[in-house]
Design a protein around this ligand. Structure first.
Ligand code: FES
Length: 102
């Protein structure tokens, strides 16, 4: 067990995380309201959009072209944008900070 820090416009939520689950799944199960995960992780909704700072992003697999295409169409797209459903939690990223646009 580790943790993920979700940063929302009105404060932080620190959530326990299990190996192999995505940042989207963990947020939805914990009731982080700003992450919806509408498509269930099929890369078609972008309701799991998060911003990951470079230091953490360097520890992650790079986004696929499909992930980038969906993110770039979102109003909140920045260089730090990722889909939470495409990031699997592992102990290598224990404590990762995911900011939620909004
Ligand atoms: S949950 Fe739909 S794109 Fe991530």
């Amino acid at each position: 067990m580790g943790k993920i820090v979700y940063v929302l416009p009105d404060g932080e939520q620190v959530i326990e995380a299990r190996e192999g689950e995505s940042l989207m799944q963990i947020a939805v199960q914990a009731g982080v309201s700003a992450i919806e995960g509408e498509c269930g992780g099929e890369m078609s909704c972008a309701t799991c959009h998060v911003w990951i700072e470079d230091d953490w992003a360097a520890k992650l697999r790079r986004p696929s072209q499909d992930e980038l295409d969906l993110l770039e169409a979102d109003d909140h797209y920045t260089d730090e944008s990722r889909l939470g459903c495409q990031i699997k939690y592992s102990s290598a990223i224990d404590g990762i900070v995911a900011k939620i646009p909004g």
